[in-house]
Design a protein around this ligand. Structure first.
Ligand SMILES: NC(=O)c1ccc[n+]([C@@H]2O[C@H](COP(=O)([O-])OP(=O)(O)OC[C@H]3O[C@@H](n4cnc5c(N)ncnc54)[C@H](OP(=O)(O)O)[C@@H]3O)[C@@H](O)[C@H]2O)c1
Length: 295
Protein backbone atom coordinates (compact mmCIF):
# COMPACT_ATOMS: atom_id res chain seq x y z
CA UNK A 1 0.00 0.00 0.00
CA UNK A 2 1.25 3.46 -0.86
CA UNK A 3 1.74 5.28 2.48
CA UNK A 4 1.62 8.70 0.82
CA UNK A 5 -1.41 10.87 1.59
CA UNK A 6 -3.85 11.04 -1.29
CA UNK A 7 -3.34 13.66 -3.94
CA UNK A 8 -5.61 16.66 -3.20
CA UNK A 9 -8.07 17.62 -5.90
CA UNK A 10 -9.12 20.81 -7.56
CA UNK A 11 -12.72 20.89 -8.78
CA UNK A 12 -13.52 22.24 -12.23
CA UNK A 13 -16.65 24.33 -12.83
CA UNK A 14 -18.12 21.17 -14.43
CA UNK A 15 -17.86 19.49 -11.01
CA UNK A 16 -15.11 17.10 -12.09
CA UNK A 17 -12.10 16.74 -9.79
CA UNK A 18 -8.56 16.91 -11.18
CA UNK A 19 -5.30 16.34 -9.25
CA UNK A 20 -3.82 19.51 -7.74
CA UNK A 21 -0.36 18.51 -8.91
CA UNK A 22 0.07 17.44 -12.53
CA UNK A 23 2.99 17.06 -14.90
CA UNK A 24 4.25 19.36 -17.66
CA UNK A 25 5.99 18.24 -20.85
CA UNK A 26 7.54 21.33 -22.43
CA UNK A 27 11.13 20.62 -23.56
CA UNK A 28 10.52 16.89 -23.43
CA UNK A 29 11.29 14.96 -26.63
CA UNK A 30 13.98 17.45 -27.59
CA UNK A 31 16.96 15.16 -26.91
CA UNK A 32 16.95 11.52 -27.99
CA UNK A 33 19.32 10.65 -25.14
CA UNK A 34 16.74 11.74 -22.52
CA UNK A 35 13.74 10.03 -24.10
CA UNK A 36 13.59 6.86 -21.97
CA UNK A 37 14.10 8.82 -18.75
CA UNK A 38 11.37 11.32 -19.69
CA UNK A 39 8.93 8.48 -20.40
CA UNK A 40 9.87 6.87 -17.07
CA UNK A 41 9.36 10.21 -15.32
CA UNK A 42 5.82 10.61 -16.69
CA UNK A 43 4.99 7.00 -15.78
CA UNK A 44 6.39 7.48 -12.26
CA UNK A 45 4.19 10.56 -11.90
CA UNK A 46 1.09 8.57 -12.87
CA UNK A 47 1.98 6.00 -10.20
CA UNK A 48 2.28 8.82 -7.68
CA UNK A 49 -1.14 10.28 -8.46
CA UNK A 50 0.11 13.12 -10.69
CA UNK A 51 -2.21 11.85 -13.36
CA UNK A 52 -2.88 15.16 -15.09
CA UNK A 53 -0.44 15.50 -17.99
CA UNK A 54 -0.08 18.80 -19.81
CA UNK A 55 1.23 18.95 -23.36
CA UNK A 56 0.74 21.03 -26.53
CA UNK A 57 0.97 20.70 -30.29
CA UNK A 58 3.74 23.32 -30.11
CA UNK A 59 6.09 21.35 -27.84
CA UNK A 60 8.95 19.88 -29.87
CA UNK A 61 6.74 20.35 -32.95
CA UNK A 62 4.43 17.53 -31.90
CA UNK A 63 7.14 15.19 -30.63
CA UNK A 64 6.24 15.92 -26.99
CA UNK A 65 2.68 14.73 -27.69
CA UNK A 66 4.11 11.56 -29.26
CA UNK A 67 6.30 10.98 -26.19
CA UNK A 68 3.34 11.52 -23.86
CA UNK A 69 1.37 9.07 -26.04
CA UNK A 70 4.04 6.43 -25.47
CA UNK A 71 4.17 7.14 -21.72
CA UNK A 72 0.40 6.69 -21.29
CA UNK A 73 0.01 3.69 -23.61
CA UNK A 74 -2.16 1.10 -21.88
CA UNK A 75 -3.09 3.53 -19.09
CA UNK A 76 -5.06 6.19 -20.95
CA UNK A 77 -8.01 5.82 -18.58
CA UNK A 78 -5.87 6.78 -15.56
CA UNK A 79 -4.79 10.05 -17.10
CA UNK A 80 -6.42 13.48 -17.35
CA UNK A 81 -4.88 14.52 -20.66
CA UNK A 82 -4.46 18.20 -21.54
CA UNK A 83 -3.23 19.62 -24.84
CA UNK A 84 -3.26 23.01 -26.51
CA UNK A 85 -4.06 24.46 -29.90
CA UNK A 86 -1.76 27.14 -31.32
CA UNK A 87 -3.50 30.49 -31.85
CA UNK A 88 -2.61 30.35 -35.56
CA UNK A 89 -4.65 27.13 -35.85
CA UNK A 90 -7.54 28.29 -33.66
CA UNK A 91 -10.24 29.08 -36.25
CA UNK A 92 -13.43 27.03 -35.87
CA UNK A 93 -12.36 24.45 -38.45
CA UNK A 94 -8.63 24.77 -37.66
CA UNK A 95 -9.19 23.94 -33.99
CA UNK A 96 -10.98 20.72 -34.93
CA UNK A 97 -8.23 19.76 -37.39
CA UNK A 98 -5.42 20.58 -34.92
CA UNK A 99 -7.14 18.46 -32.30
CA UNK A 100 -7.36 15.50 -34.67
CA UNK A 101 -3.62 15.77 -35.35
CA UNK A 102 -2.88 15.94 -31.60
CA UNK A 103 -5.04 12.86 -30.97
CA UNK A 104 -3.13 10.89 -33.62
CA UNK A 105 0.20 11.82 -32.01
CA UNK A 106 -1.12 11.02 -28.53
CA UNK A 107 -2.61 7.70 -29.64
CA UNK A 108 -6.00 8.40 -28.12
CA UNK A 109 -9.52 9.23 -29.29
CA UNK A 110 -10.20 12.09 -26.87
CA UNK A 111 -8.66 14.82 -24.76
CA UNK A 112 -9.85 15.57 -21.25
CA UNK A 113 -9.05 19.27 -21.61
CA UNK A 114 -8.13 21.32 -24.68
CA UNK A 115 -6.71 24.80 -24.23
CA UNK A 116 -6.15 27.78 -26.51
CA UNK A 117 -2.38 28.22 -25.95
CA UNK A 118 -2.55 32.02 -26.03
CA UNK A 119 -4.75 34.61 -27.66
CA UNK A 120 -3.91 35.38 -31.26
CA UNK A 121 -5.66 37.13 -34.15
CA UNK A 122 -8.52 34.65 -34.61
CA UNK A 123 -11.73 36.01 -33.01
CA UNK A 124 -12.44 34.15 -29.76
CA UNK A 125 -15.96 33.30 -30.94
CA UNK A 126 -14.44 31.14 -33.70
CA UNK A 127 -12.25 29.20 -31.29
CA UNK A 128 -15.20 28.69 -28.94
CA UNK A 129 -17.20 27.34 -31.90
CA UNK A 130 -14.37 24.87 -32.61
CA UNK A 131 -14.19 23.78 -28.96
CA UNK A 132 -17.95 23.45 -28.85
CA UNK A 133 -18.01 21.23 -31.96
CA UNK A 134 -15.25 19.03 -30.48
CA UNK A 135 -17.10 18.75 -27.19
CA UNK A 136 -20.39 17.83 -28.82
CA UNK A 137 -18.61 15.14 -30.82
CA UNK A 138 -17.06 13.74 -27.61
CA UNK A 139 -13.55 14.46 -28.91
CA UNK A 140 -12.77 16.72 -25.97
CA UNK A 141 -14.40 16.56 -22.56
CA UNK A 142 -13.63 20.14 -21.46
CA UNK A 143 -11.96 23.23 -22.86
CA UNK A 144 -10.11 26.21 -21.46
CA UNK A 145 -7.58 28.90 -22.26
CA UNK A 146 -4.03 29.86 -21.38
CA UNK A 147 -2.23 33.18 -20.86
CA UNK A 148 -5.55 35.06 -20.56
CA UNK A 149 -5.61 38.16 -18.36
CA UNK A 150 -8.82 39.49 -16.77
CA UNK A 151 -9.93 41.53 -19.80
CA UNK A 152 -9.53 38.52 -22.12
CA UNK A 153 -11.44 36.24 -19.76
CA UNK A 154 -14.20 38.82 -19.32
CA UNK A 155 -14.59 39.07 -23.10
CA UNK A 156 -14.58 35.28 -23.41
CA UNK A 157 -17.28 34.60 -20.85
CA UNK A 158 -19.45 37.28 -22.45
CA UNK A 159 -19.56 35.29 -25.71
CA UNK A 160 -22.25 32.68 -26.41
CA UNK A 161 -20.91 29.46 -24.88
CA UNK A 162 -17.83 31.25 -23.55
CA UNK A 163 -18.83 30.63 -19.94
CA UNK A 164 -18.12 26.93 -20.51
CA UNK A 165 -14.40 27.75 -19.94
CA UNK A 166 -13.00 25.48 -17.21
CA UNK A 167 -9.36 26.50 -16.77
CA UNK A 168 -6.96 29.38 -17.41
CA UNK A 169 -3.34 28.16 -17.45
CA UNK A 170 -0.97 31.01 -16.55
CA UNK A 171 2.56 31.75 -15.43
CA UNK A 172 2.44 31.82 -11.65
CA UNK A 173 5.08 31.18 -9.02
CA UNK A 174 6.86 32.98 -6.17
CA UNK A 175 8.69 35.27 -8.59
CA UNK A 176 5.56 35.88 -10.75
CA UNK A 177 2.91 37.00 -8.30
CA UNK A 178 1.19 39.59 -10.51
CA UNK A 179 -1.96 37.43 -10.99
CA UNK A 180 -2.70 37.72 -7.24
CA UNK A 181 -3.69 41.35 -7.71
CA UNK A 182 -6.76 40.69 -9.82
CA UNK A 183 -6.67 37.60 -12.04
CA UNK A 184 -6.72 34.98 -9.26
CA UNK A 185 -9.58 36.50 -7.21
CA UNK A 186 -11.54 37.34 -10.37
CA UNK A 187 -11.21 33.76 -11.63
CA UNK A 188 -11.98 32.28 -8.26
CA UNK A 189 -15.16 34.35 -7.92
CA UNK A 190 -16.33 32.84 -11.20
CA UNK A 191 -15.18 29.30 -10.39
CA UNK A 192 -12.59 29.22 -13.20
CA UNK A 193 -9.64 27.04 -12.14
CA UNK A 194 -6.18 28.57 -12.45
CA UNK A 195 -3.48 26.15 -13.53
CA UNK A 196 0.00 27.45 -12.66
CA UNK A 197 2.65 26.80 -15.28
CA UNK A 198 6.42 27.06 -14.72
CA UNK A 199 5.75 26.76 -10.96
CA UNK A 200 9.48 26.53 -10.19
CA UNK A 201 10.28 29.26 -12.77
CA UNK A 202 11.97 26.63 -14.99
CA UNK A 203 14.40 25.85 -12.18
CA UNK A 204 15.51 29.45 -11.61
CA UNK A 205 13.85 29.61 -8.17
CA UNK A 206 15.73 26.63 -6.83
CA UNK A 207 18.92 28.50 -5.94
CA UNK A 208 17.19 31.34 -4.12
CA UNK A 209 18.64 31.68 -0.59
CA UNK A 210 15.32 32.33 1.18
CA UNK A 211 13.64 29.34 -0.49
CA UNK A 212 16.65 27.25 0.51
CA UNK A 213 16.47 28.50 4.10
CA UNK A 214 12.77 27.63 4.35
CA UNK A 215 13.45 24.23 2.78
CA UNK A 216 16.24 23.47 5.26
CA UNK A 217 13.88 24.19 8.18
CA UNK A 218 11.57 21.43 6.96
CA UNK A 219 14.28 19.05 5.73
CA UNK A 220 12.60 19.61 2.38
CA UNK A 221 13.97 20.72 -0.99
CA UNK A 222 13.65 24.12 -2.70
CA UNK A 223 11.40 22.62 -5.41
CA UNK A 224 9.05 21.31 -2.73
CA UNK A 225 8.86 24.74 -1.07
CA UNK A 226 8.16 26.52 -4.37
CA UNK A 227 5.45 23.99 -5.31
CA UNK A 228 3.87 23.86 -1.87
CA UNK A 229 3.60 27.64 -1.94
CA UNK A 230 1.74 27.58 -5.27
CA UNK A 231 -0.61 24.78 -4.18
CA UNK A 232 -1.36 26.58 -0.92
CA UNK A 233 -2.80 29.67 -2.56
CA UNK A 234 -6.24 30.43 -1.21
CA UNK A 235 -9.12 28.48 -2.63
CA UNK A 236 -12.73 28.07 -1.68
CA UNK A 237 -13.30 28.35 2.08
CA UNK A 238 -14.32 25.02 3.61
CA UNK A 239 -17.67 24.24 5.17
CA UNK A 240 -17.49 24.08 9.00
CA UNK A 241 -15.43 21.03 9.93
CA UNK A 242 -14.31 20.43 6.36
CA UNK A 243 -11.12 21.50 4.60
CA UNK A 244 -11.29 24.24 1.98
CA UNK A 245 -11.16 23.47 -1.69
CA UNK A 246 -7.97 24.49 -3.49
CA UNK A 247 -8.55 26.46 -6.69
CA UNK A 248 -4.97 26.24 -7.87
CA UNK A 249 -3.45 23.41 -9.80
CA UNK A 250 0.23 23.29 -10.84
CA UNK A 251 2.01 21.47 -13.66
CA UNK A 252 5.74 21.26 -12.91
CA UNK A 253 7.85 19.57 -15.57
CA UNK A 254 10.29 16.99 -14.27
CA UNK A 255 12.42 15.01 -16.68
CA UNK A 256 13.59 12.35 -14.23
CA UNK A 257 11.71 9.98 -11.92
CA UNK A 258 13.75 11.34 -8.97
CA UNK A 259 12.54 14.89 -9.64
CA UNK A 260 8.95 13.68 -10.01
CA UNK A 261 9.14 11.90 -6.66
CA UNK A 262 10.58 15.00 -5.06
CA UNK A 263 7.89 17.24 -6.56
CA UNK A 264 5.17 14.87 -5.30
CA UNK A 265 6.53 15.47 -1.79
CA UNK A 266 5.39 19.11 -2.03
CA UNK A 267 1.83 17.98 -1.41
CA UNK A 268 2.59 17.07 2.20
CA UNK A 269 4.82 20.06 2.98
CA UNK A 270 2.89 22.58 5.05
CA UNK A 271 4.47 26.01 5.10
CA UNK A 272 4.14 27.87 8.41
CA UNK A 273 3.20 31.50 9.00
CA UNK A 274 6.90 32.26 9.53
CA UNK A 275 7.79 30.60 6.23
CA UNK A 276 5.11 32.56 4.38
CA UNK A 277 6.22 35.87 5.93
CA UNK A 278 9.83 35.25 4.91
CA UNK A 279 8.75 34.30 1.40
CA UNK A 280 6.53 37.42 1.18
CA UNK A 281 9.49 39.60 2.19
CA UNK A 282 11.71 38.03 -0.48
CA UNK A 283 8.95 37.89 -3.14
CA UNK A 284 6.53 40.74 -2.36
CA UNK A 285 2.92 40.38 -3.50
CA UNK A 286 1.75 42.89 -6.15
CA UNK A 287 0.48 46.28 -5.01
CA UNK A 288 -0.87 47.32 -8.40
CA UNK A 289 -2.05 45.73 -11.64
CA UNK A 290 0.76 44.00 -13.48
CA UNK A 291 0.14 42.77 -17.03
CA UNK A 292 0.19 38.98 -17.20
CA UNK A 293 3.64 37.70 -18.18
CA UNK A 294 4.20 34.62 -20.28
CA UNK A 295 7.12 32.33 -21.00
N1 LIG B 1 0.61 27.54 -21.37
C1 LIG B 1 1.81 28.01 -21.55
O1 LIG B 1 2.03 29.01 -22.26
C2 LIG B 1 2.96 27.32 -20.87
C3 LIG B 1 4.21 27.95 -20.79
C4 LIG B 1 5.24 27.30 -20.11
C5 LIG B 1 5.00 26.05 -19.55
N2 LIG B 1 3.78 25.44 -19.68
C6 LIG B 1 3.52 24.09 -19.11
O2 LIG B 1 3.94 24.08 -17.75
C7 LIG B 1 4.92 23.07 -17.57
C8 LIG B 1 5.90 23.47 -16.50
O3 LIG B 1 6.57 24.66 -16.84
P1 LIG B 1 8.10 24.68 -17.31
O4 LIG B 1 8.48 23.39 -17.89
O5 LIG B 1 8.25 25.91 -18.15
O6 LIG B 1 8.89 25.00 -15.97
P2 LIG B 1 8.96 24.39 -14.48
O7 LIG B 1 8.06 23.27 -14.30
O8 LIG B 1 8.84 25.58 -13.57
O9 LIG B 1 10.48 23.94 -14.41
C9 LIG B 1 10.98 22.85 -15.13
C10 LIG B 1 12.45 22.72 -14.77
O10 LIG B 1 12.55 22.46 -13.37
C11 LIG B 1 13.34 21.31 -13.17
N3 LIG B 1 12.81 20.58 -12.00
C12 LIG B 1 11.56 20.11 -11.80
N4 LIG B 1 11.48 19.50 -10.61
C13 LIG B 1 12.70 19.60 -10.05
C14 LIG B 1 13.25 19.14 -8.83
N5 LIG B 1 12.51 18.49 -7.94
N6 LIG B 1 14.55 19.42 -8.57
C15 LIG B 1 15.31 20.09 -9.46
N7 LIG B 1 14.86 20.54 -10.64
C16 LIG B 1 13.56 20.28 -10.93
C17 LIG B 1 13.26 20.50 -14.42
O11 LIG B 1 14.45 19.77 -14.58
P3 LIG B 1 14.44 18.25 -15.14
O12 LIG B 1 13.77 18.29 -16.47
O13 LIG B 1 15.90 17.92 -15.19
O14 LIG B 1 13.70 17.41 -14.14
C18 LIG B 1 13.14 21.59 -15.49
O15 LIG B 1 14.42 22.04 -15.87
C19 LIG B 1 5.53 22.93 -18.96
O16 LIG B 1 6.30 21.73 -19.07
C20 LIG B 1 4.31 22.99 -19.81
O17 LIG B 1 3.62 21.76 -19.79
C21 LIG B 1 2.76 26.07 -20.31
Amino acid sequence: MDPRPAMPNVVLPSGEAIPALGQGSWHMAEARSRREEEISALRAGIELGMTLIDTAEMYADGAAEELVGTAIEGRRDEVFLVSKVLPSNASAAGTVEACQRSLRRLGTDHLDLYLLHWRGRVPLAETVAGFDALKRAGTIRHWGVSNFDVSDLAELIGLPGGDDVQVNQVLYNLSRRGPEYDLLPWSQDRGIVTMAYSPVEQGRLLKHPVINRVAARHAATPAQVALSWVLGQPGQPGQPGQPGQPRMNAVPKAGTPAHVLEDRGAVTLELTGTDLRELDAAFPPPVRKEPLSML
